[in-house]
Write a protein that binds this ligand. Sequence first.
Ligand SMILES: [Zn+2]
Length: 379
Amino acid sequence: MKAIINATIVMKDYLIPDGTILIDNANIKKFGKSKDVCIPQGADIIDAEGLYVGPGLIDIHTHAQDNEWIFENPKHTSSHMFLHGVTGVLPALYNNLNKDAYINAVDNILSACDEGCFDNFLGFYMEGPYLSPNFGCERDKNVWKDAIKREEYIEIVEKVKDTAKVWCIAPEREGIEEFVRDVKEKIPNIVFAVAHSEATPQQVEKYIPWGLKIATHHTNATGTIEHYSECRGVCVDEAVNYNKEIYAEIISDRMGIHVVPYMQRLVRKIKGDDRVILISDQFVCDGPIPLGFEEATDIHFDNSGEIAGSGLTLDVACYNFMIHTGCSIVDAFRFGSLNPARVLNLAGLGYIDEGNTANLIIVDDKFNVKKTIFKGEVK
Ligand SMILES: [Zn+2]
């Protein structure tokens, strides 16, 4: 048995100051005000020193950590994420892998899981292969821009099967419907995401009944349609803002380059606190930092100056979002843990409750992670 004492417990929408959390093996046994929770004799004591204790972060979309591809070095990237409070992750691969490289990357991650080197793995975030070739970094290397062919994708689908949790599509691509049907048939619980797309709202909405629930890095690589000179049209972002079902992923870097702070506030207001998900979307790319962006050291650029994901960890993204939107730490935990767990239907994760998995982190008021507890064990 373990007891976290002197905790400011972060609940879904309130705080419990001076709290205690009892952990029995991998689960939360009891929690509440210290005076109401009796600590059994012999329990290991973890003193939170008044800091916040909330649910472990869940990063549903990141390709890399600590400047290394997850698929190339799952063991190191996994422990780096634990240090930053990420107790659940959906690794994304690299967008320009061909079929065989995709399968190898998947194998590499799955064998790390089998060997016990990637315990925070929750499943794959399949960002591709059928996105719009007009978007994304290093797009000259895109090997998936030709017509969609079943014999090319089916092997990947059969390889990942139920380990794939999210599958990204550009709804406007010709032949995407057959792809969606095949994925849904083989992986009934899959969540679709609209990504790297310049689809019309109608094209996006067509896939909501199929389980399209996520807007991949909302407002990034989502098209700019002018319907008449000087008249703003509608595109993916508008469909996402319009449809309540869709969760909006946000990359919140320090300078607000991926999403300007005003837009972060706007999206939070439009989508509401139940539909925002913070992601790190870290990528490996070492193109030069363009002139005027010298301070943007937490994002990456490709050699043509195109943004290539971030260098963020999710704890830092949570703090950035607090700064940019003025949200509370309770909200930040909702965007970094509760909402990701909800969109993926992860039982017992994303919030503190009796019987839930004891994935907990201790953070200070700037969201610096002081301790990560995973399935009841201190990492
Ligand atoms: Zn992307």
